[in-house]
Ligand binder design. Sequence first.
Ligand code: FES
Length: 193
Amino acid sequence: MVGTLGIALGAFLTLVVVGLHFAQGTEYPTPDDISQQVIEQRAESVPETDFPEPMNRSIGGGGVAAGAVGEGETEGELAGSEAEVDDDPAAIPDDEAESFDVEFVKEGETIEVKENTTLLEAGEESDWDLPYACRQGQCVSCAGHITDGGNAEQYVEHHTQEMLGETELDDGYTLTCVAYPTDDLTLESRETP
Ligand code: FES
């Protein structure tokens, strides 16, 4: 009796499983992609701004896209970056660059250095083995001493130097890798503050 009931139950369950396997499921409608709709709604809800905003608020206003920035500001930014380029003495064209007499005391020679050339580059062009490391004004490997008296920046323009404080500059120290001459000067190379 129990065996018959078991077989019947097994057969029934098998039929149910087979039936479910072949049954067509109810069709679940896949929603359309609503991401574009969400973006558009978000764009409408965020007010237009006339300045760049962080990326997470860039939809509909601001952002780094050029179109979101006011025309005047775009011009202003361009003018600013051009001004930065102009600040770099290395950008002065060769035929417009003024030259200055630089006496390299330890090397025993006075050479002409253009205002678009660093003291380090000028020394290297003369085949002197001058010390350097970063070449970006961020260490003191290339330091030298301007011995004409007064602040070093009376004689050179430092482009991007970050190591010398006012006291060192007042004492005449310079970082030759970023020092462009603005006057005649006397330099002792290999002199650190
Ligand atoms: S080489 Fe580093 S500051 Fe000049």
